[in-house]
Design a protein around this ligand. Structure first.
Ligand SMILES: O=C(O)[C@H]1O[C@H](OP(=O)(O)OP(=O)(O)OC[C@H]2O[C@@H](n3ccc(=O)[nH]c3=O)[C@H](O)[C@@H]2O)[C@H](O)[C@@H](O)[C@@H]1O
Length: 442
């Protein structure tokens, strides 16, 4: 946004001729030269002023807190100053373990959908939890702030910062020797990658590397569980998707960055002995969910009487998802944390082989998107205005279906919520959150 405004201003400057009448024949060539020289001087002066301003704003301003965000198009160049005894006390208190054998977890993306639920569940068990979130505006930040308020009530503090801010991450580890990192901060969404590709690189690649860089250098190294995605299966046609299947044909940049994350995890495990577990989430839904997801905005639009677009594949083929309820996902996340072995490195050096795992966390029962809409119609008691559209080539795949036998065997993962039951809980939350008219649905 800021960038386009800047571009607009630049266009505006370009449209005003800096030397009006420059090419008109003057009566006196002397006067012409004089004017030309003074115009040239003015132009040079203004160019210096303009360049100086650019230098000041982009390089010298205090907002270029290290490292500088690479995604200037959406995220603000914002400065957050951390520190001070009161701030450190808050951090320490939030991360304090309150149960025997409890773990202390840094949850990145704690104000996100999955992050909020996982943080709350860890805190309920007596684990120490500190959140980190950039509160970016990919979707309505007020929903993130409401989740933050919810967590604050149970004593969870969320630091407002970016995972690319290595000095902040180091500071957090200086204050608390986290045993685990639950890394959920990411640029989510499949279709948005067409609009803002750099945000995926910023969060899912650069951000992941900065988290791993800090984790590998601290002592003791934490164990890391992080969010991969079912989208890594890309254009695969063999179902259900098993962890052993190929993942080298992503259909979206989002999927490609998650796949890259899995390879990056391999590298940090191999070189530094970091214990790493990637969880391939399958279309997670539920209360406090993400407004950019179909089940969420279908609900909003059905209630508003607006038409919704339902994708279908070629030859009226069904588009389906292995929709997975948030509580099942939370159980999978906690089980992954609980079964994570310790990292083996210290002082940035590997001391022995470390655990490297990847699990599917799905529901194992794909549901066509048109059935999802029928369930919503029944729950909302409103008929949807359906527009059927051919699946655009925007990153979406036709179907997903998880084979969860590995997670079942090794994590004791067993999803128990079907789509009908899960959506009922979502709709109840949705109506209580937005339904009283106090909040606008964005
Ligand atoms: O499983 C995953 O790994 C991914 O799940 C979701 O991605 P997606 O399954 O595409 O979820 P939605 O965007 O909510 O779409 C659900 C279904 O609705 C369909 N859809 C979406 C939008 C629309 O207007 N119409 C429509 O029919 C999509 O094609 C898809 O089949 C999340 O958005 C990703 O962040 C996540 O990583």
């Amino acid at each position: 946004m800021k960038f386009s405004k800047g571009l607009l201003q630049m266009k505006h400057i370009d449209n005003i001729p800096s030397t009006p009448g420059k090419f008109k024949m003057e009566k006196s060539p002397y006067i012409h030269r004089l004017r030309w020289h003074s115009s040239l001087a003015k132009l040079t002066l203004w160019s210096f002023v303009f360049l100086g301003l650019i230098y000041f704003f982009f390089y010298r301003s205090p907002s270029s807190f290290s490292p500088r965000p690479t995604d200037l198009s959406r995220r603000s160049l914002r400065t957050n100053f951390y520190g001070g005894p009161a701030w450190e006390k808050q951090v320490r208190s939030s991360a304090r373990v309150r149960s025997r054998n409890g773990i202390s977890v840094l949850v990145t993306g704690a104000a996100g959908f999955v992050g909020t639920h996982v943080s709350a569940a860890l805190k309920r068990r007596g684990d120490g939890v500190l959140g980190l979130d950039s509160f970016n505006d990919y979707y309505d930040p007020s929903l993130k702030r409401a989740r933050q308020a919810l967590l604050e009530r149970s004593g969870i503090y969320i630091v407002d910062g970016d995972i690319n801010d290595v000095s902040l991450l180091k500071k957090l580890f200086d204050i608390v020797a986290f045993t685990h990192v639950m890394h959920l901060a990411a640029q989510a969404g499949v279709r948005y990658a067409l609009e803002n590709p750099s945000s995926y690189v910023h969060s899912n690649i650069a951000g992941l590397v900065s988290v791993l860089e800090v984790c590998k250098s601290v002592n003791p190294q934490p164990s890391i569980v992080w969010a991969s995605s079912s989208s890594v299966y890309g254009l695969n046609t063999k179902v259900p998707f098993s962890e052993r299947d190929r993942t080298d044909q992503p259909a979206s940049l989002y999927a490609a960055t998650k796949k890259a994350g899995e390879e990056i995890a391999h590298t940090y495990n191999h070189i530094y002995g970091l214990s790493l577990t990637g969880l391939r989430f399958f279309t997670v839904y539920g209360p406090w969910g993400r407004p950019d997801m179909a089940y969420f905005f279908f609900t909003r639009d059905i209630l508003k009487g607006k038409s919704i677009t339902i994708f279908e594949a070629a030859n009226h083929g069904t588009v389906a998802r292995d929709f997975t309820y948030i509580d099942d996902i939370v159980k999978g996340c906690l089980a992954a944390l609980d079964t994570a072995e310790k990292s083996t490195g210290s002082g940035g050096k590997k001391k022995g082989p470390a655990q490297l795992r990847v699990y599917n966390l799905g529901n194992t029962s794909p549901v066509p998107v048109s059935d999802l809409v029928s369930i919503l119609e029944r729950l909302l008691k409103v008929k949807a205005k359906r527009l059927i559209m051919k699946l655009p080539r925007n990153g979406d795949v036709q179907f997903t279906h998880a084979n969860i036998s590995l997670a079942k065997r090794e994590l004791g993962y067993k999803p128990t919520t079907d789509l009908q039951t899960g959506l009922k809980k979502f709709v109840r939350w949705y109506l209580s959150y937005y339904g009283n008219g106090k909040r606008s649905v964005q």
